[in-house]
Design a protein around this ligand. Structure first.
Ligand code: GLU
Length: 418
């Protein structure tokens, strides 16, 4: 059998690449020269399988889709607080090229609009980095997200630099306001270069899934940024990534995303998938018309809206076995343990009578334990132990990291139940 996913993506191409509506971006002259009828779509899974359909070999410039990744690099290099000091995280409701600054602090409203992205570019790399050093950090960072070195499209870069009057004005404005301390011309050059890397739709999906996994590129295995930084990037993409259409996008599509004027859109659904779409004709907000149609279709067909409740039908307590001769109770747990699963387990454990019996938790069928579930489970184990139960742990896959009960005791290690 062949997996039906590629056929599904080909169907999406046939359904979504029919329109003639929308206009090519022409404020960067070179962008007006592309073939408007190109279309490509891609999806990359959490374990690094890449599916594509359409003109998947076509390269286009990354443009504003570089912004979340530059933001990620700034967060990595300077820390969340230092970046927040310079760039806020409020949706501006304005177009990508508006001068949206906070009234009191003078900070750009968010890192996804140009003025915020220009500022963010100045925060990539160590403080005091030269233009070349920043360029190198961006080149290496984008390569780590994409899993391959990307090339700059010099024609697009030159074409945009020739006409970057507005971006230069904004860089000068944030320089005058003391938000950036580097030379504004240098920053605009670096930012424009950052926007000029050539990507394919497959690169978009891989870069997006690297955010969806919490910062590890599943194809290369490289940890590019921390889970905390990925969360921050995804949060800002979901509120600000689609500029003045962000609210509409989140309610209809519901996937944290970023578009670029070259006609690409990338979307990252945490814990599930990274998606790329490309088609150069744009709507009035500067988003690819067919790209939006593609995301709308994927979201509704595949139920990818982030606000869909993730219903786990698996009872986290698979079974409870009581050994008649010893009185030992073995709780066999299963599935992913997050807040909801952990709460159900500790509620079940709370029903154990005060009979000083042995209680063993068997994690051999648990797939993953997050921090919240870990804390609840360890606290429940600590309480059981304090009440006089002997607490045992069977965890051959080491799903429960560092099972320290915090009161000087550790659970008794046991073999998993058969
Ligand atoms: N390089 C473009 C600019 O700064 C990016 C805009 C976009 O893709 O939305 O104008």
């Amino acid at each position: 059998m062949k997996t039906p996913v590629p056929d599904y993506l080909s169907e999406i191409r046939d359904l979504c690449s029919v329109g003639e509506d929308g206009e090519l971006a022409d404020y960067i002259p070179e962008l007006a020269a592309v073939d408007p009828d190109r279309f490509a779509v891609s999806a990359c899974t959490m374990d690094g399988v890449l599916y594509t359909a359409g003109d998947a070999g076509t390269e286009f410039t990354i443009q504003s889709m570089s912004k979340p990744f530059a933001y990620a690099l700034a967060l990595r290099d300077r820390g969340v607080d230092a970046v927040l000091e310079k760039v806020a995280v409020e949706p501006s409701g304005d177009a990508f090229n508006q001068i949206s600054l906070e009234r009191d602090s003078g900070r750009p409203r968010n890192p996804m609009i140009n003025i915020g992205a220009i500022t963010t570019h100045s925060l990539v790399g160590p403080p005091g980095a030269s233009e070349d050093e920043r360029d190198q950090v961006v080149a290496d960072g984008l390569a780590a997200f994409a899993g391959r070195r990307l090339e700059v499209d010099d024609a697009v870069l030159d074409s945009e630099l020739d006409t970057a009057f507005r971006n230069r004005a904004m860089a000068n404005l944030v320089r005058a306001g003391g938000i950036i301390d580097s030379d504004p011309d240098e920053i605009v050059r670096g930012y424009t270069r950052q926007c000029s890397y050539r990507v394919t739709v497959g690169d978009l999906a891989v870069m997006a899934v690297t955010l969806a996994t919490g910062g590890t590129n599943p194809i290369t295995g490289e940890r590019v940024i921390s889970p905390r930084a990925s969360r921050q990037v995804l949060a800002v993409m979901s509120t600000c990534g689609m500029y003045d259409a962000a609210g509409d996008w989140m309610s209809t599509v519901g996937i944290p995303a970023k578009s670029g004027v070259s006609g690409g859109i990338l979307g990252a659904l945490p814990g599930q998938v990274g998606i790329g779409a490309f088609s150069p004709r744009l709507d009035a907000h500067g988003h690819s018309v067919e790209g939006i149609r593609t995301f709308e279709r994927l979201s509704s067909d595949m139920e990818l809206h982030i606000m869909n409740p993730t219903i786990s039908e698996i009872d986290p307590v698979r079974s409870v076995r009581v050994d008649r001769s010893t009185g030992r109770r073995t709780f066999r747990l299963q599935g992913p343990m997050t807040f909801a699963g952990g709460e159900k387990v500790v509620r079940t454990l709370a029903e154990i009578p005060d009979d000083f019996s042995e209680v063993t938790l068997d994690f051999s069928r648990v797939s993953v334990v997050n921090g919240s579930a870990r804390r609840m489970l360890l606290e429940a184990m600590r309480r059981l132990s304090a009440e006089g139960h002997v607490v045992g742990l069977a965890d051959p896959g080491r799903r429960l990291p560092d099972p320290d009960l915090g009161d000087g005791t550790r659970p008794v290690f046991r073999r998993a139940a058969r």
